[in-house]
Design a protein around this ligand. Structure first.
Ligand code: OGA
Ligand code: MN
Length: 292
Protein backbone atom coordinates (compact mmCIF):
# COMPACT_ATOMS: atom_id res chain seq x y z
CA UNK A 1 0.00 0.00 0.00
CA UNK A 2 1.20 3.49 -0.85
CA UNK A 3 -0.14 6.76 0.58
CA UNK A 4 0.06 9.98 -1.44
CA UNK A 5 -0.70 13.17 0.53
CA UNK A 6 -3.77 15.14 -0.59
CA UNK A 7 -3.47 18.33 1.44
CA UNK A 8 -1.20 20.05 3.92
CA UNK A 9 -1.36 17.93 7.10
CA UNK A 10 -4.35 15.74 6.24
CA UNK A 11 -5.75 13.47 3.57
CA UNK A 12 -4.12 10.69 1.57
CA UNK A 13 -4.77 8.87 -1.66
CA UNK A 14 -4.50 5.13 -1.08
CA UNK A 15 -2.79 3.21 -3.85
CA UNK A 16 -2.22 -0.49 -4.17
CA UNK A 17 -5.20 -1.47 -2.01
CA UNK A 18 -8.81 -1.37 -3.25
CA UNK A 19 -12.01 -0.99 -1.25
CA UNK A 20 -12.81 -4.58 -2.11
CA UNK A 21 -9.46 -5.72 -0.61
CA UNK A 22 -10.41 -3.97 2.63
CA UNK A 23 -13.78 -5.75 2.64
CA UNK A 24 -12.28 -9.22 2.37
CA UNK A 25 -8.75 -9.04 3.81
CA UNK A 26 -8.02 -8.28 7.47
CA UNK A 27 -4.47 -7.07 6.76
CA UNK A 28 -5.68 -4.65 4.11
CA UNK A 29 -8.30 -3.40 6.56
CA UNK A 30 -5.71 -2.87 9.31
CA UNK A 31 -3.43 -0.88 7.01
CA UNK A 32 -6.27 1.31 5.75
CA UNK A 33 -7.68 1.76 9.25
CA UNK A 34 -4.30 3.02 10.40
CA UNK A 35 -4.18 5.46 7.47
CA UNK A 36 -7.71 6.62 8.32
CA UNK A 37 -6.81 7.35 11.96
CA UNK A 38 -3.68 9.23 10.88
CA UNK A 39 -4.93 11.19 7.84
CA UNK A 40 -8.72 11.66 8.44
CA UNK A 41 -9.52 11.63 4.70
CA UNK A 42 -8.83 8.82 2.26
CA UNK A 43 -9.27 8.73 -1.49
CA UNK A 44 -9.40 5.58 -3.60
CA UNK A 45 -9.38 6.09 -7.38
CA UNK A 46 -10.58 3.78 -10.14
CA UNK A 47 -12.60 1.57 -7.84
CA UNK A 48 -15.15 -1.08 -8.69
CA UNK A 49 -18.09 1.02 -7.49
CA UNK A 50 -21.18 -1.00 -6.54
CA UNK A 51 -23.60 -0.79 -3.63
CA UNK A 52 -22.66 -4.12 -2.09
CA UNK A 53 -18.91 -3.47 -2.33
CA UNK A 54 -19.39 -0.06 -0.70
CA UNK A 55 -21.35 -1.63 2.15
CA UNK A 56 -18.85 -4.46 2.59
CA UNK A 57 -15.97 -1.94 2.75
CA UNK A 58 -17.82 0.35 5.17
CA UNK A 59 -18.87 -2.50 7.46
CA UNK A 60 -15.25 -3.40 8.12
CA UNK A 61 -14.96 -0.12 10.12
CA UNK A 62 -17.99 -0.58 12.37
CA UNK A 63 -21.78 -0.69 12.52
CA UNK A 64 -23.57 1.11 9.70
CA UNK A 65 -26.16 3.82 10.17
CA UNK A 66 -29.62 3.37 8.77
CA UNK A 67 -30.93 6.36 6.84
CA UNK A 68 -33.62 8.54 8.36
CA UNK A 69 -37.30 7.83 7.94
CA UNK A 70 -38.79 9.71 4.98
CA UNK A 71 -35.42 10.24 3.32
CA UNK A 72 -34.43 8.84 -0.07
CA UNK A 73 -33.70 5.13 0.36
CA UNK A 74 -35.24 5.33 3.83
CA UNK A 75 -34.16 2.78 6.44
CA UNK A 76 -31.39 1.40 4.31
CA UNK A 77 -27.60 1.68 4.47
CA UNK A 78 -27.61 3.97 1.43
CA UNK A 79 -28.00 7.74 1.58
CA UNK A 80 -28.77 8.81 -1.95
CA UNK A 81 -27.69 12.32 -2.87
CA UNK A 82 -29.23 13.06 -6.23
CA UNK A 83 -31.19 15.64 -8.19
CA UNK A 84 -33.07 12.94 -10.08
CA UNK A 85 -36.69 12.39 -9.11
CA UNK A 86 -38.40 9.00 -8.73
CA UNK A 87 -39.45 9.28 -12.39
CA UNK A 88 -35.79 9.38 -13.42
CA UNK A 89 -35.93 13.02 -14.50
CA UNK A 90 -34.00 16.01 -13.17
CA UNK A 91 -36.04 17.75 -10.45
CA UNK A 92 -36.89 21.48 -10.74
CA UNK A 93 -34.47 23.94 -9.06
CA UNK A 94 -36.82 24.68 -6.12
CA UNK A 95 -37.29 20.97 -5.36
CA UNK A 96 -36.54 19.55 -1.92
CA UNK A 97 -33.65 17.48 -3.26
CA UNK A 98 -31.92 20.62 -4.54
CA UNK A 99 -32.54 22.32 -1.18
CA UNK A 100 -30.92 19.31 0.49
CA UNK A 101 -27.88 19.78 -1.77
CA UNK A 102 -27.83 23.42 -0.67
CA UNK A 103 -27.92 22.38 2.99
CA UNK A 104 -24.98 20.07 2.27
CA UNK A 105 -23.15 23.15 1.03
CA UNK A 106 -22.95 24.43 4.64
CA UNK A 107 -19.78 23.28 6.41
CA UNK A 108 -20.79 20.28 8.49
CA UNK A 109 -19.90 16.93 9.93
CA UNK A 110 -22.31 14.07 9.25
CA UNK A 111 -24.78 12.92 11.88
CA UNK A 112 -23.67 15.11 14.79
CA UNK A 113 -27.43 15.60 15.23
CA UNK A 114 -28.05 11.89 15.88
CA UNK A 115 -28.15 10.09 19.23
CA UNK A 116 -25.17 8.11 18.00
CA UNK A 117 -22.89 10.30 15.92
CA UNK A 118 -20.91 9.05 12.93
CA UNK A 119 -17.34 7.82 12.95
CA UNK A 120 -16.94 8.06 9.20
CA UNK A 121 -18.69 8.49 5.88
CA UNK A 122 -17.92 6.78 2.59
CA UNK A 123 -19.05 8.63 -0.53
CA UNK A 124 -18.92 7.30 -4.07
CA UNK A 125 -19.57 9.11 -7.33
CA UNK A 126 -22.25 7.53 -9.51
CA UNK A 127 -23.14 10.26 -12.03
CA UNK A 128 -21.10 13.46 -12.18
CA UNK A 129 -22.32 16.76 -13.61
CA UNK A 130 -19.15 17.85 -15.37
CA UNK A 131 -18.28 21.21 -13.79
CA UNK A 132 -18.99 21.96 -10.15
CA UNK A 133 -20.21 19.56 -7.50
CA UNK A 134 -16.78 19.29 -5.86
CA UNK A 135 -16.62 18.30 -2.20
CA UNK A 136 -14.44 20.38 0.13
CA UNK A 137 -12.75 19.21 3.31
CA UNK A 138 -11.01 20.93 6.21
CA UNK A 139 -9.39 19.48 9.32
CA UNK A 140 -10.88 20.26 12.72
CA UNK A 141 -7.89 18.38 14.20
CA UNK A 142 -5.36 20.79 12.71
CA UNK A 143 -7.65 23.69 13.69
CA UNK A 144 -7.67 22.44 17.29
CA UNK A 145 -3.89 22.18 17.28
CA UNK A 146 -3.60 25.78 15.99
CA UNK A 147 -5.64 27.15 18.90
CA UNK A 148 -3.76 28.91 21.72
CA UNK A 149 -3.44 26.73 24.82
CA UNK A 150 -5.82 28.94 26.82
CA UNK A 151 -8.51 28.58 24.12
CA UNK A 152 -8.05 24.81 24.09
CA UNK A 153 -8.40 24.76 27.86
CA UNK A 154 -11.66 26.75 27.79
CA UNK A 155 -13.12 24.68 24.95
CA UNK A 156 -12.05 21.27 26.19
CA UNK A 157 -15.07 20.75 28.41
CA UNK A 158 -17.45 23.09 26.58
CA UNK A 159 -20.65 21.47 25.37
CA UNK A 160 -22.63 22.41 22.26
CA UNK A 161 -26.15 21.47 21.18
CA UNK A 162 -26.70 20.13 17.67
CA UNK A 163 -29.89 19.61 15.73
CA UNK A 164 -30.82 18.64 12.22
CA UNK A 165 -33.44 21.40 12.10
CA UNK A 166 -30.81 24.04 12.89
CA UNK A 167 -28.89 23.43 9.66
CA UNK A 168 -32.01 22.87 7.52
CA UNK A 169 -33.73 26.03 8.81
CA UNK A 170 -30.83 28.06 7.39
CA UNK A 171 -31.92 26.97 3.90
CA UNK A 172 -35.72 26.80 4.07
CA UNK A 173 -38.20 26.74 7.00
CA UNK A 174 -39.95 23.61 5.67
CA UNK A 175 -36.87 21.63 4.72
CA UNK A 176 -36.85 19.69 8.00
CA UNK A 177 -40.23 17.97 8.16
CA UNK A 178 -42.31 17.70 11.33
CA UNK A 179 -41.50 13.99 11.44
CA UNK A 180 -37.77 14.75 11.29
CA UNK A 181 -38.11 17.42 13.99
CA UNK A 182 -39.88 14.89 16.21
CA UNK A 183 -37.50 12.05 15.52
CA UNK A 184 -34.33 14.10 15.76
CA UNK A 185 -34.51 16.18 18.97
CA UNK A 186 -31.43 18.27 19.83
CA UNK A 187 -28.39 16.41 21.19
CA UNK A 188 -25.38 17.68 23.15
CA UNK A 189 -21.71 16.93 22.51
CA UNK A 190 -18.46 18.19 23.89
CA UNK A 191 -16.84 20.64 21.52
CA UNK A 192 -13.78 18.48 21.07
CA UNK A 193 -13.35 14.80 20.31
CA UNK A 194 -10.23 12.90 21.31
CA UNK A 195 -9.14 10.13 18.99
CA UNK A 196 -8.17 7.17 21.20
CA UNK A 197 -5.89 5.71 18.49
CA UNK A 198 -3.44 8.61 18.66
CA UNK A 199 -4.65 10.93 21.45
CA UNK A 200 -5.13 13.82 19.01
CA UNK A 201 -8.07 16.07 19.70
CA UNK A 202 -10.29 17.78 17.12
CA UNK A 203 -12.91 20.50 17.37
CA UNK A 204 -16.36 18.96 17.14
CA UNK A 205 -18.66 21.58 15.65
CA UNK A 206 -20.82 21.88 12.54
CA UNK A 207 -23.73 23.58 10.82
CA UNK A 208 -25.93 21.50 13.10
CA UNK A 209 -24.45 23.12 16.26
CA UNK A 210 -26.04 26.28 17.65
CA UNK A 211 -25.97 26.61 21.43
CA UNK A 212 -23.23 26.29 24.02
CA UNK A 213 -23.92 25.44 27.67
CA UNK A 214 -23.58 28.46 29.94
CA UNK A 215 -23.31 30.94 27.07
CA UNK A 216 -25.78 33.49 25.81
CA UNK A 217 -27.27 32.39 22.46
CA UNK A 218 -25.90 35.16 20.26
CA UNK A 219 -22.41 34.83 21.70
CA UNK A 220 -22.53 31.05 21.24
CA UNK A 221 -23.53 31.35 17.60
CA UNK A 222 -20.81 33.90 17.04
CA UNK A 223 -18.17 31.71 18.65
CA UNK A 224 -19.27 28.70 16.58
CA UNK A 225 -19.14 30.79 13.40
CA UNK A 226 -15.66 32.07 14.26
CA UNK A 227 -14.43 28.54 14.90
CA UNK A 228 -15.87 27.25 11.62
CA UNK A 229 -14.26 30.19 9.80
CA UNK A 230 -10.93 29.33 11.32
CA UNK A 231 -11.20 25.62 10.46
CA UNK A 232 -12.12 26.41 6.87
CA UNK A 233 -9.74 29.26 5.99
CA UNK A 234 -9.19 29.18 2.24
CA UNK A 235 -5.62 27.89 2.44
CA UNK A 236 -6.68 25.06 4.79
CA UNK A 237 -9.24 23.50 2.46
CA UNK A 238 -8.81 20.50 0.20
CA UNK A 239 -11.12 20.60 -2.83
CA UNK A 240 -11.97 17.17 -4.15
CA UNK A 241 -12.73 17.17 -7.88
CA UNK A 242 -14.62 13.96 -8.45
CA UNK A 243 -13.79 11.42 -11.11
CA UNK A 244 -15.77 8.38 -12.08
CA UNK A 245 -14.56 5.46 -9.92
CA UNK A 246 -13.70 7.60 -6.87
CA UNK A 247 -14.49 6.45 -3.35
CA UNK A 248 -13.78 8.97 -0.58
CA UNK A 249 -13.90 8.29 3.15
CA UNK A 250 -13.63 10.87 5.90
CA UNK A 251 -13.44 10.93 9.67
CA UNK A 252 -16.46 12.83 10.98
CA UNK A 253 -14.66 13.32 14.30
CA UNK A 254 -11.90 15.34 12.68
CA UNK A 255 -13.17 16.88 9.41
CA UNK A 256 -15.68 19.43 8.24
CA UNK A 257 -16.94 19.03 4.69
CA UNK A 258 -19.34 20.67 2.28
CA UNK A 259 -20.61 20.06 -1.24
CA UNK A 260 -20.10 22.77 -3.87
CA UNK A 261 -23.01 23.84 -6.07
CA UNK A 262 -23.28 22.76 -9.68
CA UNK A 263 -25.64 23.40 -12.58
CA UNK A 264 -28.76 21.79 -11.08
CA UNK A 265 -30.13 21.18 -14.59
CA UNK A 266 -27.50 18.40 -14.86
CA UNK A 267 -27.57 15.16 -12.96
CA UNK A 268 -25.30 14.60 -9.98
CA UNK A 269 -25.85 11.33 -8.10
CA UNK A 270 -23.74 10.09 -5.20
CA UNK A 271 -24.20 7.34 -2.65
CA UNK A 272 -23.06 7.58 0.94
CA UNK A 273 -22.71 4.92 3.58
CA UNK A 274 -22.13 6.04 7.15
CA UNK A 275 -20.40 4.24 10.00
CA UNK A 276 -21.60 4.86 13.56
CA UNK A 277 -19.13 5.80 16.27
CA UNK A 278 -18.57 3.29 19.07
CA UNK A 279 -16.81 3.43 22.46
CA UNK A 280 -13.62 2.29 20.71
CA UNK A 281 -13.80 5.48 18.62
CA UNK A 282 -13.87 7.76 21.68
CA UNK A 283 -17.64 8.12 21.95
CA UNK A 284 -17.49 8.15 25.76
CA UNK A 285 -15.11 11.11 25.62
CA UNK A 286 -17.31 13.33 23.44
CA UNK A 287 -20.46 12.51 25.43
CA UNK A 288 -20.97 15.19 28.11
CA UNK A 289 -22.28 14.56 31.61
CA UNK A 290 -26.06 15.01 31.81
CA UNK A 291 -27.27 18.61 32.14
CA UNK A 292 -28.54 19.61 35.58
C1 OGA B 1 -22.36 13.92 2.30
C2 OGA B 1 -22.14 15.28 1.78
C3 OGA B 1 -21.47 16.55 -0.15
C4 OGA B 1 -21.35 16.28 -1.59
O1 OGA B 1 -22.46 12.99 1.49
O2 OGA B 1 -22.40 13.76 3.52
O3 OGA B 1 -22.17 16.22 2.53
O4 OGA B 1 -20.49 16.93 -2.22
N1 OGA B 1 -21.88 15.37 0.48
O5 OGA B 1 -22.12 15.47 -2.12
MN1 MN C 1 -22.29 15.45 4.63
Amino acid sequence: MELVPLADGFGAEVRGVSILDVAVDADAYRAVREAFEAHSLLLFRDQPIADDIQVAYSRAFGPLELTKAASLGENSFYSRLTNLGPDGRIVPPDHRQVLIAQANALWHTDSSFKKTPALASVLTARVLPGDGGETEFASTRLAWERLPAARQESLKDAVATHSYANSRDQIHPDLATNLERQQLPPVRWRMSWRNPANGRRALYIASHAYAIDGMEDRAARQLLAELVDDVTRRDKVYVHRWRQGDAVMWDNRAMLHRGRPWDYARERSMIRTTISATLADGLDDVRPPPKH
